[in-house]
Design a protein. Sequence first.
Length: 187
Amino acid sequence: MADLQWYVVRAVSGQEKKAKGYLEGEINRRKLAELIAQVLIPTETIIEVRNGKKYTREKIFFPGYMLVQADLTAAEASAVILNIPGVLGFLGLEGKSKIDGVKPTPLRPAEVKRLLGQVDDEIEKGATMQGSFLVGEIVKIIDGPFVDMIGIIENVFEERKKLNVIIKVFGRDTPTELGYAEVEKVE
């Protein structure tokens, strides 16, 4: 049975996905799935509204780092990881050559749960919204049945990413609960 533990691998910032792809290809090619079980790049999806249009993008939680679940008691596993283009080494070990006889420190189980739990929470929540809203701000509704209407923010529910917005419907003030992605600030 493999002694799988989580390690932090340093990668060239901006090249994490490419390094992950190379590493997964090498794992499949050499049939090392029992020694290197998972390679993760913790990310979250961000929705931004610019000029009335929604844009989604992925944001990496820890630029320049990947999480690898591996059994480093086998020298082949660490050699494969360290010889991938874009990989700089294990966190805590300076340079690739220092792996000889020195095993990198694995993440503690509590750290792994926190990191993986954070990623799972982001997946469950869906996309998060970039930017903040303040009570009293004027917003334009860009999605839903009240599209193109203007309203004033009455309450902000940061944890739920929702707003209470007062809009005029048939000349009456009507409170409406909207998500961050359904409105944009009027400047």
